[in-house]
Design a binder for this molecule. Structure first.
Ligand code: FES
Length: 178
């Protein structure tokens, strides 16, 4: 092989390597939304166990990382849930978690302690303490979320963790949107 041809081939190879190295971050940037579209937050800690009252549901605003296409935002409010403690068991505490968004048209469900019922202020749907639909136009029960209580951490605190999801409103079927 001629010296000139050899040097040309080496230069071309070096250019190819440099091109690949420069292209990788750009490729990662472009493909990042696709990678994130399948990403689930999984279980996120939302409150310590002692935050959840025994005698009435407790509303919790959930704060977590947020993504918007190519932008990552620091933790901020992503939604609200209602926590309901079942029984007074301290060893194996049971907590249920309900999405606070009304299945009818998406208003935030409130709780009336005098009637011991959840109710929606927009169109007066009512739900019992287990989230079951009562009177009003809601097409289904309150949407229940997966929820668990952790073992005590180093400070002795037990955390309530929730797999947070949002659901479509307006129909009887429960369909997740996140
Ligand atoms: S939005 Fe809740 S009853 Fe209509």
């Amino acid at each position: 092989m001629k010296r000139r041809t050899f040097l040309g081939a080496v230069a071309l190879g070096i250019q190819g390597i440099i091109g690949c190295v420069l292209a990788l971050p750009g490729l990662g940037f472009l493909l990042d939304p696709l990678r994130r579209s399948g990403r689930s937050r999984g279980f996120i800690p939302i409150a310590t166990l002692d935050t959840a009252a025994f005698d009435r549901p407790t509303r919790v605003v959930i704060s977590a990382d947020r993504w918007d296409a190519y932008t990552h935002y620091p933790p901020g409010p992503i939604g609200q849930v209602w926590l309901v403690r079942e029984g007074r068991e301290e060893v194996e505490p049971k907590v249920r978690c309900y999405q606070a968004v009304c299945p009818h048209l998406g208003c935030i469900i409130d709780y009336a302690s005098t009637r011991a019922k959840f109710y929606c202020p927009c169109h007066a749907s009512e739900f019992d303490i287990s989230g079951r639909r009562g009177i009003g136009p809601s097409p289904r029960d309150m949407d229940e979320l997966q929820c668990r209580v952790t073992e005590p951490d180093k400070q002795g605190r037990r955390w309530i963790e929730v797999r947070y999801q949002e659901f479509q409103t307006g129909g009887p079927a429960r369909r997740a949107t996140t």
